[in-house]
Design a protein around this ligand. Structure first.
Ligand SMILES: *Cc1c(COP(=O)(O)O)cnc(C)c1O
Length: 412
């Protein structure tokens, strides 16, 4: 195969239908950012949006809840997210964190499937999802069990005791992607519900939750949705469950009429019942700016570009970095992978730190994985090229072999 040159890669950018979306972000000029799967870039509109809301807070004070409809934002933003995940308006609401939403939906699923006691998940699921399940098992004093198996064993582990199959669509460490429709159907055949964590897929590809028959889902606002550090998350509940789902975290904002100050809980008729407390208006303003970056964007093009960037990265790593001990841990078939490509290396942490010092930001996931994420709205093909050139340089000069790159920071 003839080698891929930078000018060939520039030509790919020249015919990229999403190229203009990059202008929706305020990115530092001296950085190649390949970590939008962990924290999305700053939308150009975010700071004005935040200032506007801060000013409204000063001017309108408590009147802002009605005048600015702050109270309606979780639902309104949920409706915007619905389009991104293949859900109907009214099935999604913005609330809390992904972890808290996993807690809410797991308990609700166990309630909807009384008589069944098992939460089935994957050994390699994202830790917080498993931690939340473990917390429930502890609190419910073994009336509920968590069963984890490796991905290929999932269908076989769907016994008649399983209440809910809880999975993350795209694996955070490998990028490996489940067949959401097939596993949801398998869960249903076994009489279980399907709960999906969309953290690493929403905003990076079209999703079809309703078409796949998904019952419940959660996802976050700060990764591909560009909602800012610690942005609020969202909850999806399929329409057919909305009237029946009974939240265990039944707070006043999920009440049918919060301002009746009724002391007896009565769930709101729709998705609002998944709310717990008062919405974080400032954080919602930033999330709104993040969602704005998807305005008019065709998610099929997003997926196509994600695949193109990932494939280019793989080819270039093969071309430039052969013999340095990188081992691909993502699926060989890019179609079975989310919007990231990951390699294992015994010195992965130090290599990533050296790379970051050289202006290419990816991240590291224990024990040994270098993770490169491709946010198709703002990553260019030339960024991928420049990243691999920098990676090659770090590897060939052993720039990573320095004690200062071995001190682990709290966030990796
Ligand atoms: C990032 C991520 C989370 C994060 O949850 P928070 O409550 O926002 O900290 C949860 N699940 C998955 C699969 C993730 O990738």
């Amino acid at each position: 195969m003839s080698s891929i040159t930078r000018s060939a890669v520039e030509a790919m950018d020249a015919c990229d239908p999403l190229a203009s979306c990059r202008a929706r972000f305020a990115l530092p000029s001296n950085v190649v950012y390949l970590d939008g799967n962990s924290l999305g870039a700053l939308p150009v509109g975010a700071s004005a949006r935040l200032s506007e809301v801060v000013e409204a807070w000063g001017r309108d004070l408590i009147r802002g809840w009605n005048r600015r409809d702050w109270i309606g934002w979780p639902k309104r933003m949920g409706d915007r997210i619905a389009r991104l995940i293949g859900a109907r308006a009214g099935e999604v609401i913005v609330a809390d964190s992904t972890s808290v939403n996993v807690f809410k939906l797991l308990l609700a699923a166990l309630d909807l499937r009384r008589g069944r006691s098992v939460i089935l998940s994957e050994t390699d699921n994202f830790p917080t999802d498993l931690h939340v399940a473990q917390g429930l098992v502890h609190m419910l004093d073994k009336r509920v069990g968590l069963r984890t198996v490796d991905a290929p064993a999932l269908p076989g582990a769907l016994g008649r005791d399983v209440a809910v199959l809880m999975l993350t669509h795209v694996n955070y460490r490998t990028g490996g992607m489940h067949d959401m429709a097939a596993l949801t159907a398998a869960a249903h055949d076994a009489g279980a519900l399907a709960l999906w964590d969309l953290s690493h897929s929403a905003g990076a590809m079209p999703l079809a939750l309703d078409e796949a028959g998904v019952d419940l889902a959660v996802g976050g606002g700060y990764k591909f949705l560009n909602g800012g550090p610690g942005a609020p998350a969202y909850v999806f509940v399929a329409e057919r469950w909305l009237e029946r789902i009974r939240p265990a975290l039944s707070g006043w904002m999920g009440h049918a009429r919060p301002f009746d100050f009724d002391t007896t809980y009565e769930p709101a008729p729709g998705i609002e019942r998944l709310l717990v407390g008062t919405p974080p208006v400032l954080s919602l303003a930033a999330l709104d700016a993040g969602l704005e970056t998807f305005q008019g964007v065709d998610l099929a093009l997003v997926r196509a570009k994600s695949l193109a960037l990932g494939t280019l990265f793989r080819q270039l790593v093969e071309q430039e970095c052969d013999g340095f001990g990188l081992r691909l841990v993502s699926p060989l078939d890019p179609e079975r992978c989310g919007s990231q490509v990951c390699y294992a290396h015994a010195e992965g942490y130090a290599i990533m730190q050296a790379l970051i010092e050289n202006g290419v930001i990816g991240d590291f996931r224990a024990p040994n994985v270098l993770r490169f994420g491709f946010a198709p709205l703002y990553v260019r093909h030339v960024d991928v090229f420049d990243a691999v050139v920098a990676l090659r340089s770090v590897l060939s000069t052993r720039a990573w072999d320095d004690p200062r790159f071995r001190t682990r920071a709290l966030v990796t």
